[in-house]
Design a protein. Sequence first.
Length: 197
Amino acid sequence: MQRNNTYKSKVKRTIFFLITAVFTVSFLLTIPSPASAAECTWDPDGGGVAPDYRTASTADNWQNCGGDAPGVGDNATIDQATSTAITWDIAVISNLTVGSNYSGTVELAAQLNASSTISIVAGTLDSNGNKIVLDGDWSNFGTFTANSDTVAFSGVSQTIYGTTTFNNLTVDQSNNDESTDQTITLEDSLRGCPARC
């Protein structure tokens, strides 16, 4: 009787393993390959017409972006030699870079969710009453205008480069499982805004 139960147990485990293996292989075979991220470059001279020439969601203001404005998974770089203000009304992106040639202000018009990095090389990023949620690194060697807004770090291992004054910096681990520690590394300095900024 003991041998028979052992044999049944081995058969059940083998069948379970085979079903799991077939399901896993079938699942892997049906997953479409992800589209590659677009490397979108700001170029309002590309055809945007006033007042849309300064709005990020206007497709004509971008080059190398597949005929559209940047979106989920895309990298957006604003590096045109201009001081014209830009209204950033795109909610989800991978990377946002305010480049060294740009001397204007990128003003948020909605909450910004960046799945990778935000890099302010020059110019200004103004939160303008909107929250920023970031899964990657923060780099600021330009100007960040925090207002009374929140920047939320929600990744697993993140680094802050440069000098930034945050009004409200939060570390959100709700997307991490309980066994993961979140690390934020400061490469320069971090200043909190006094209670009445």
